[in-house]
Design a protein around this ligand. Structure first.
Ligand code: BF8
Length: 639
């Protein structure tokens, strides 16, 4: 009920009610039946890192069987989540980088579209450019990116050396947290936290920071830049989004996941006249493509393909009964989607060996075995269209909502839209723009669907804070109409003037989650222009509804650069609750404390990195916290 009252997209309400009336269940029902959730799990005080346990930490049992303390268990659970996310983004990077290698060697039938990015990267990496073809250069860059994923010796990640600000590199070197590679840091993090290994929580926290840097530079920068090499740097474009883009009399194909290689090929095949004709032969008026999760936001950024929804909306999309086929690649494809797909006669096609789903058609893409890529993409396109003839048409209800959006923001296109980085810096300094927030990340069943994202951002716009967004947050903001110049009416005078003068939306959708690098590059460029360290700037990272293990590294990537985080509800860390002072009769309270919360949310991280993590589950208060943070930064700068 709370979800129905608070969720901001009217289409969501229609679909929740429809799916319930159809007698089917979604994550909402399963979340309810999981209550109450285990309090040890919620606090991160359950240790399952060996087979003696599980051990749970309480006042009665303050240590695990092996002697591990609460601090060691809590930080170990967090770092294990972080490196799972690192592994996921690493696997994503691997697919994209090996695709570049395959194209460069002439084994994969794709054309490299990112000429500018290839030259730019080659120059940054100090490669000899003269007398080389684009393919040769791209191949050399790919080899460096592979090294960044896999290096075992004690040398730095090249992308970190090339992109990170000197002030940070000096700091990370002083703290001894410079990473070697994604693979090495995952190995070391798991090694340090296994039974009988490291018992110094501060050393594990050090490895956490090292792993966050590997996550940031090897897998986020690696994936995002490599995708730009393959498919080009996005340019802004107008489009329409939301559930209403699907059409009852068309074949509706949704594309889902994160790595957009196979889907590029499938789109090529869908555009073939014979596949278009096939749809007509089955009685469809045409073919609609809609995007889910980060594959969706990637395609929106590059081609203006409409997005539909995010991780917790994927079941709602299927519940329209109008989806003929979902083509999925990797990550964030929840099992509940297939359960519902079977109820509504939707075909699921999986294209990555890491993401098998029982009962789905499986045609995997492997950049090292690309021989059947074109053939498989053709079969996928044909199978998806053929699904139209088999669909159960008795249960279709497509919400009418269609929302305008202006997406496709890369680092370069943002700078260009503002007429250069100098202009944007000036707008920040003179207060036309009060600050910049990156509002990103997943949905969580723990809050009313999408309400925290939208409520926080609406407040920020009122206060003239420019918002950049990626991932599931961006779907919420796109569907709420905030990524369009028409949202000007919700903005303060400063942002209103900016929208008018520069023709930009107040919320800029910069792509999939790996494209948070675009925001980070913007922060770096602004601070370089102004000669101010990032930690002193009015910037903030906002993750209103953390969910996937991948999000742990997102916040930490920004934290490592000196950008404070606001997260929407507590991480799995015991919240330091105040306790009554023993023997006190006047209600005197003792300040609660635990080392991990004190470090990340208190002076520890602030003194070391110049940034900390704020936690606030109530969106209005969260927005207020962001506003205060931005004000404090501006005051300190004398702005
Ligand atoms: O990488 S925001 S639920 S879709 S993890 Fe997944 Fe979270 Fe969505 Fe894309 Ni990001």
């Amino acid at each position: 009920n709370e979800v129905l009252q608070k969720t901001p997209n009217p289409a969501t309400k229609v679909l929740i009610e429809k799916i319930t009336a159809d007698g089917n269940e979604t994550y909402l029902d399963r979340f309810a039946s999981q209550q109450p959730q285990c309090s040890f799990g919620l606090k991160g005080t359950c240790c399952r890192m060996c087979q003696w346990g599980p051990c749970r930490i309480s006042e009665k049992s303050p240590r695990g069987i092996c002697g591990r303390s609460q601090d060691e268990i809590v930080i170990s659970n967090i770092i294990r989540a972080l490196v799972s996310g690192l592994a996921a983004h690493g696997r994503h990077a691997h697919e994209i980088i090996y695709t570049i290698k395959g194209v460069a060697e002439g084994k994969i039938n794709l054309k490299l579209k990112g000429t500018d990015r290839i030259i730019d990267m080659a120059e940054k990496l100090g490669l000899e450019i003269n007398n080389k073809t684009l393919e040769e250069l791209a191949g050399e860059i790919a080899d460096i990116l592979v090294e960044d994923l896999s290096r075992m010796n004690n040398q730095n990640i090249r992308l970190l050396e090339v992109f990170a600000p000197q002030e940070r590199k000096d700091l990370w070197s002083k703290l001894d947290i410079l990473p070697r590679s994604a693979a090495y840091e995952v190995m070391e993090a798991l090694h340090m936290t296994t039974l009988g290994s490291c018992t110094d929580w501060k050393a594990i926290a050090g490895q956490e920071k090292r792993s966050a840097l590997a996550y940031c530079y090897s897998t986020l920068f690696g994936s995002s830049l490599a995708t730009e090499i393959l498919f080009g740097v996005p340019e802004p474009k107008e489009t329409e989004v939301n559930y209403g883009i699907m059409k009852e009399d068309h074949v509706n194909i949704l594309v889902h996941g994160h790595s957009p290689v196979m889907i590029e090929k499938v789109l090529e095949k869908i555009n073939l006249p014979e596949i278009q004709q096939l749809a007509k032969d089955y009685g469809a008026k045409g073919i609609v493509i809609g995007g889910l999760c980060c594959t969706g936001t990637e395609l929106l950024a590059r081609y203006g393909i409409p997005t539909v929804t995010n991780i917790l909306g994927q079941e709602f999309a299927i519940g329209t009964g109008a989806v003929d086929c979902v083509v999925v690649d990797m990550q964030c494809v929840i099992p509940g989607m297939k359960i519902l797909a079977d109820c509504y006669g939707t075909k699921i096609i999986t294209t990555c060996n890491s993401n098998r789903i029982p009962g789905a058609v499986h045609l995997p893409f492997d950049p090292e075995k690309p021989e059947t890529l074109d053939e498989d993409a053709y079969i996928i396109a044909k199978t998806a269209v053929e699904a139209y003839k088999d669909r159960d048409r008795s249960k279709i209800k497509i919400p009418k909502e269609i929302t305008k959006a202006y997406g496709g923001w890369s680092f370069e296109s943002i700078v260009k839209a503002f007429g250069g980085i100098k202009n944007l810096a000036k707008l920040l300094k003179d207060g036309t723009l009060k600050g910049i927030a990156t509002v990103v990340g997943c949905n969580s069943p723990k809050v009313a669907y999408e309400s925290n994202h939208v409520t926080i951002v609406k407040k920020l716009l009122e206060w003239d804070v420019l918002v950049l967004t990626t991932g599931c947050s961006s779907h919420a903001l796109l569907n709420a109409g905030l990524c369009s110049q028409e949202a000007s009416e919700l903005c303060g005078n400063g942002l209103k003037a900016i929208i008018e003068q520069y023709n930009v939306p107040p919320v800029m959708a910069v792509g999939g989650c790996v494209d948070n690098t675009r925001t980070l590059r913007l922060f770096m460029a602004l601070t370089e222009e102004m000669g101010i360290a990032i930690k002193d700037m009015p910037f903030m990272f906002v993750g209103p509804e953390p969910g996937n293990e991948k999000t742990v590294g997102q916040g930490l990537s920004f934290l490592m650069h000196g950008v404070s985080n606001l997260v929407g509800f507590p991480a799995p860390i015991p919240v330091p609750m105040p306790k009554p002072v023993k023997g006190s009769t006047d209600g005197e309270m003792e300040r609660g404390s635990n080392n991990i919360a004190d470090y990340f949310g208190g002076n520890g991280a602030l003194e070391e990195l110049g940034a900390k993590i704020y936690t606030e589950p109530y969106p209005e208060l969260a927005a207020q916290t962001i506003k205060m943070h931005i004000k404090r930064k501006r005051n300190n700068l004398g702005w």
